[in-house]
Design a binder for this molecule. Sequence first.
Ligand SMILES: [Zn+2]
Length: 265
Amino acid sequence: MSVNGVVLRSVNVGESDKMLTILTPDMGKMSVYANGARNLKSKNFASSRLYTYSEFTFKETHGKTYIGESSPLESFFGIGNTLEGSALASYISEVACDAAVEDQPEEELMQLVLNCLYCISNEKKPLWQIKAVFELRCASILGFMPDLVGCRNCGKSGFDSVWFDIDNGCYYCEDCFKKIRIEHESETERIDELSGIYGKYSVVVPMSSSVFEAIRFVIYSKPERILSFQLKDEAISDFCSTSEKYLLSHLERSFSSLDFYHSVI
Ligand SMILES: [Zn+2]
């Protein structure tokens, strides 16, 4: 039986072997060994390269899974063309590795990863856009889809600006947020209008309608449309910081590859 999967992590083992973490649609995250794969003449050399999407067959020996046959389907060579693109691919892989589960279907996550790697490799979209879309959709796939239909308190929609509650994945209109803010004033630890209000239990960030509409588009679009939007230059920074905060807050961790991405951008 053959399995399609994308290589998210590659660790050298011994003289010429590799241990790979592969993301597959039906079996989720898999740890497999690729014997001799660092040898140029190996039949598994091309398909066991980082970020390559391949068709694999596996064999089990002494409780370990080894790659038998393999053939690369998509190599995404363009990722290596820029340091920034490599850094983003590395972040996406680290998050997907952390988020994916073993022995559980991860088709949606795999398609998202492949879509993002394709766009990085082909320079189809700006990196900030690929990164933010990945973060928002990844959070949704993991069960943290925000509710952006109407204000959490009054249910109305169509505002010029809103307050987005990152931890609770919802938003409030100005009027409702003012009331809530007064009720929770004593719990507010720090107020910083630029980066949001850090309450005792949640982070709430102010948001313009263009940023809000972009996030809504990404959350509610079909997978093949998620990158088909444009954003005004002045809205990009808020859109990116909110998307990043949203994913990190729900995963409750940070990523060294993200620090590296920020250091090269
Ligand atoms: Zn309201």
